[in-house]
Design a protein around this ligand. Structure first.
Ligand code: XBP
Ligand code: MG
Length: 248
């Protein structure tokens, strides 16, 4: 019997990457006087590296190698990421990043049915609380019993660490939970933690491989705009509701 739902954040709760995180990275680079500009295509490549700090390091190693071994790179990296997080949370506070279809509806249904909620994400904790507060509800961070985010685990997705940490805090076995993800890195992480996983894709992940996922959909859907099934079977339902989850 499913007792808890564990949600990824970026790409799953909201489509945050192309028009959110990416713009914040670029603005932080500009404020630092760097002429780095991650266009949508390059950012799609860089998303293979999870974690903003790790992503910047990867970019520097690949495209700005002379900077990579500079003595001050560590400080520069920390400052760039702090600035980026400030800029990104301001974007969220301005209400610029809406939730994806069906997310609020399913969360409310799950809460009404007494299901426990958790988050397992690579992103920085401040980004999670800001997204929940400004795009879901003022007190929405209290809806989630566990918010497993960012650097609290040594290895980011696709490693299972962040999901194992969330399961530990929930004191639940993987079989009692369902994971919601958007990317191949995320699916690898949740499956390595033993979790049945529902995927909703987006423009950056639509072409990725999701073998092993319980369902792959365009989104969670709404009564007036059904989910598109890309892999698996909604068993006659038009969008993801609790019946769908219990039948997985
Ligand atoms: C997505 C990520 C994060 C974000 C950027 O996390 O990999 O790194 O792209 O956020 P998930 P930070 O899909 O697991 O939610 O800069 O705070 O890392
Ligand atoms: Mg994601």
């Amino acid at each position: 019997m499913i007792q808890a739902l564990i949600f990824d954040v970026d790409g799953t709760l909201a489509d945050t990457e192309r028009d959110g995180h990416r713009l914040a990275f670029n603005q932080a680079f500009k404020e630092a006087g760097l002429d780095w500009c991650w266009d949508a295509a390059l950012y799609g490549e860089l998303l293979a590296i999870t974690g903003g700090k790790e992503r910047i390091s990867h970019y520097v190693q690949r495209y700005q190698p002379t900077l990579a071994d500079g003595a001050h790179f560590t400080e520069l990296l920390a400052k760039l990421h702090q600035d980026k997080t400030r800029i990104y949370t301001a974007l969220l506070a301005a209400g610029k990043i809406p939730l994806r279809p069906g997310v609020k509806r399913l969360l409310l249904e799950a809460r009404a049915a007494g299901l426990r909620l958790a988050i397992a994400t690579t992103t920085t904790p401040a980004n999670v609380t800001a997204l929940l507060k400004y795009s879901l509800a003022e007190d929405a961070h209290t809806w989630f019993e566990v918010i497993a985010a960012g650097d609290i685990v040594p290895a980011k997705k696709p490693a299972p660490d962040i999901y194992l940490w969330a399961l530990e805090k929930l004191q639940l076995k993987a079989a009692a939970c369902l994971a919601f993800e958007d990317s191949e890195n995320g699916l690898k992480s949740s499956m390595a933690a033993g979790l049945k996983t529902l995927i909703t894709t987006n423009s950056y992940t639509a072409e990725q491989h999701f073998s092993g996922a319980a369902l792959v959909l365009s989104d969670l859907g709404e009564p007036n705009s059904p989910s598109l099934v890309l892999q698996g079977d909604l068993k006659g339902e038009a969008y993801v509701n609790l019946r769908v989850l219990m039948n997985l």
